[in-house]
Design a protein around this ligand. Sequence first.
Ligand code: F6P
Length: 519
Amino acid sequence: MTDLAAAWTALEAAARTDSATRIVDLFAAEPDRLARLSVEAAGLTLDLSKQPWSAAGLTAALDLARAAGVEARRGRQFAGEAINVTENRAVLHMALRAPDGADWQAVGKPVSAGVEAVRKAMAAFVAEVREGRLRGATGKAFTTVLHIGIGGSDLGPRMVWRALKPLVPQVDVAFVGNVDPADIAAAMARLDPETTLVVVASKTFTTQETMANAAAAKAWLQGKLGPAADDHFAACSTNLEACAAFGIPPERVFGFEDWVGGRYSIWSAVGLSVAIGLGWEAFADFLAGAAAMDEHFRRAPLERNAPVLLALAHVFNRNGLGRPVRVVEPYSDRLGLLAAYLQQLEMESNGKRVTEAGAPVSHATSTAVFGNAGTNDQHAFFQMLHQGTDIIPVDFVAVARADEGPPRQHAILLANAIAQAQALMTGSANAEEPHRHFPGDRPSSFILLDRLTPHALGALLALYEHKVFVEGTLWGVDSFDQWGVELGKTLAGKVLAELEGGEPGAHDPSTAALIGRLR
Ligand code: F6P
């Protein structure tokens, strides 16, 4: 048996042993538990003491991390080695948020000067738009950015904007992602073409949905403004030629490189729209928060390393205790899109069934993630969390201090977050009335931000990015490719051709019937 296989076996045995003890009883057995399982990182506090592991369980998990070579692979990632093996690319989103003067290399090629040049160009463009120096075709200042993108070119900017947008934004940001014509139609109905700047975000600049929406936006603007509509476009992409072919002048194209994965691209030029909406200073703070988490991840010992511990807690549940689903529940309405963002980050990264080398994985991989915002979900699916037949671990995310609204309501919000985590763990016995019995012993993590600042949000997202890296390392998968999205894309092309009158192809009966009905 290899060291890694032995470490997995030990983790599974430790989890079996720990499952015999209630989490709440582990506090009495382990006086140092809370301190040992609480970590401060980049301004965030992470409490993993309500997870189902004992001290021995945690040791087994840390041993697994060591046996899987987390530290060595982390070193290879930060050194810019091509750890995205199936695409032969480095994975260096950390280079995008490092302070000026850094010296990152992607497979031996220096990249930091290029990163800084794009950041400088973005900052200048942001100032031009916000100060009204850059104007639309009819001489009016831009009041809205319409951000067009999908997947990683949408979820990050959309989530960050909802989290950080000022109550009364100086420049508003609107989003269109879905190819459903209702999405772009709603934007066109409510936006003023004279004051709308369209930012097309697409790493490849070939994504069907984004190209369709960009073309629709172009037709809409040209219909109102004529050829001068081109002045209303900017782009964020690695494909500079395609941007030029679309008619966007080079000075309006903000580039990035193939070592930035789509779901890791909010730190790149893909953040342009929110940088315009928030102002450059706030966007720079967002980058700095993530950079602080990068430093923590790189330097903290494994047993005090927040992303490592969060990954191990999740893997302990996923693999040690066979729990395939997890809830992410921010008690912050502004973080209401966090779970949607993490669905791509976690499930597109680690929803894999073969290893880097192409062999079947030895253990189940990504958990399915869902969640919206507390307290709303307490009145929706929390019933199942408390009394359902499956145990679904929760990541609670809370913000200590509110920035707006009636202060008492923030206290109510926090009280609910704390109480839900407590209720899940402690339960409440009721032998007489089974419907009122709460079994408890349901695990959760608690992540606390002091305030929902750009810095804290940057740190939070980087925490999850590195967590995904650690998990991918334990499972042995390439967390940075996404081949699983390709088949559907290819088939959609064929089906579309048939829906538009092309020759019917060979299909299974169900698919053929649907095409026949809808063509
Ligand atoms: O869904 C597949 C995917 O490639 C994602 O990884 C990516 O974030 C999204 O499509 C959008 O891609 P692009 O930024 O190239 O338009």
